[in-house]
Write a protein that binds this ligand. Structure first.
Ligand SMILES: Cc1ncc(COP(=O)(O)O)c(C=O)c1O
Length: 397
């Protein structure tokens, strides 16, 4: 057996299920789930139509590399979104389709980690649990970079000892961050790239929330922009992950992309060919439509902006909350034990939130998720407002 399997932790939602087992919520209140990060806005009709119109193409095997038109559409979307001088992605060598970023984040680690070199994979803590599981199953040790309010919710790269960087083979960054909503600024990304060059590691930037920034005048930047600005126009050591799940509210389509360093992409393609993770052709056709259009993305983003603008004033008098930079989460500080808080809230108000400590690991003497809950603003606006009103009442009594 792969020894990493024994080290995998229960998924946060399994722990949440156990936490809430046996609790009885008020029967007169409907359940509102604010725990999972599943977008629920209406998927764009033109994408679904393209999918339906392409179903006859299920009769042939898809190529792992994807259709040339898809790679062109993906490169085009990134170039429009992150327009920067020198940022030019060759669709032939620098972009690949993936079946959602989750599988790709996992598979990329299996591709690049050399477990015989006491490998470390560094990652934000709290963070998306796949980074940790992927590192363990690749035979690497996870190295947790705590993101705390005191540190402005950015992983403190300066605090990492040189001996750790020397063992580090891969650094995960996530911007906008899940669960913090923090956007990593360009100067930070450039510094991360300097470290990558100095110590020879790769950076995997999970940018799946990149289109859900909350200030229209301040779109979140990409690691690709930081690389281009530093003169690294071949994106050496860099890969970014983007997804239609959040961008286009299409989590069920299972469609995303990876882009960056052509050498890494070439190795990743080889891995994927053996792994057997080609995207069905109808999904590719639908994805071409989605990546080629930005209007629906802006409409989708506005819906989240609206929710934050209306929910925050309801909660501010009872919770210390700031508008995040992006994504669709509130990373709220609560008094006392976050798991106990989540259970009590469920029992009193029939709301489900995710305890922060379930999303983080004990590292460097603390669990940086402790004392926080993640509130996911994925239900529709009336439900988000209803949830905020119930939460306010719960906290006020
Ligand atoms: C930070 C982060 N990365 C990646 C994913 C995976 O998204 P998908 O596989 O739908 O592209 C998620 C999903 O919630 C996420 O929160």
């Amino acid at each position: 057996m792969n020894p990493g399997l024994a080290r995998l932790q229960a998924y946060p939602f399994e722990r949440l299920r156990q936490l809430l087992a046996g609790a009885t919520p008020p029967a007169n209140l409907s359940n509102i789930s604010l725990s999972i990060g599943e977008p629920r806005h209406e998927p764009p009709a033109f994408v679904l139509e393209r999918l339906a119109a392409s179903l006859h193409e299920l009769g042939s095997y898809p190529a792992t590399r994807g259709l040339p038109e898809l790679r062109a559409a993906m490169a085009g979307a990134l170039q429009r979104r992150f327009a920067t001088s020198g940022l030019q992605l060759d669709p032939e060598t620098m972009v690949l389709p993936v079946n959602g970023t989750r599988e790709a984040l996992f598979a990329f680690v299996q591709t690049v980690v050399n477990p015989r070199r006491a490998a470390l994979v560094a990652m934000p803590n709290p963070g998306y649990q796949i980074y940790e599981g992927a590192a363990l199953l690749a035979g690497a040790e996870p190295y947790f970079l705590n993101t705390t309010a005191a540190g402005g919710f950015v992983p403190d790269l300066d605090a990492v000892p040189a001996a750790v960087w020397r063992r580090c083979q891969l650094l995960f960054l996530c911007s906008p961050g899940n669960p913090t909503g923090k956007v990593l600024p360009l100067h930070y990304l450039r510094f991360a790239l300097e470290l990558a060059d100095r110590y020879g590691f790769i950076i995997a930037a999970d940018e799946c929330y990149a289109d859900l920034y909350l200030d229209e005048t301040d779109p979140s930047p990409s690691l690709l922009q930081a690389a281009a600005q530093s003169g690294n126009c071949a994106f050496k050591r860099c890969v970014v992950f983007h997804s239609l799940s959040k961008r286009s509210s299409l989590p069920g389509l299972r469609s995303g992309l990876v882009a960056g360093d052509a050498q890494l992409i070439e190795r990743f393609l080889l891995y994927r060919t053996y792994h057997g993770s080609a995207m069905p052709v109808p999904t590719q056709r639908a994805s071409i439509a989605a990546w080629s259009d930005d209007r629906h993305v802006s409409a989708n983003r506005h819906l989240y902006q609206q929710k934050f603008q209306q929910v925050l004033p309801i909660l501010r008098s009872v919770l210390p909350l700031e508008m995040p930079d992006g994504a669709f989460y509130l990373w709220a500080r609560v008094d006392g034990d976050d798991a106990r808080f989540a259970r009590a809230l469920y029992e009193a108000a029939h709301l489900i939130v995710l305890p922060g400590s379930f999303m983080a690991r004990e590292a460097h003497g603390e669990n940086p998720g402790r004392g926080r809950v993640r509130i996911s603003l994925v239900p529709d606006l009336p439900q988000c407002l209803e949830a905020a009103a119930r939460l306010r009442q719960f906290l006020a009594t």
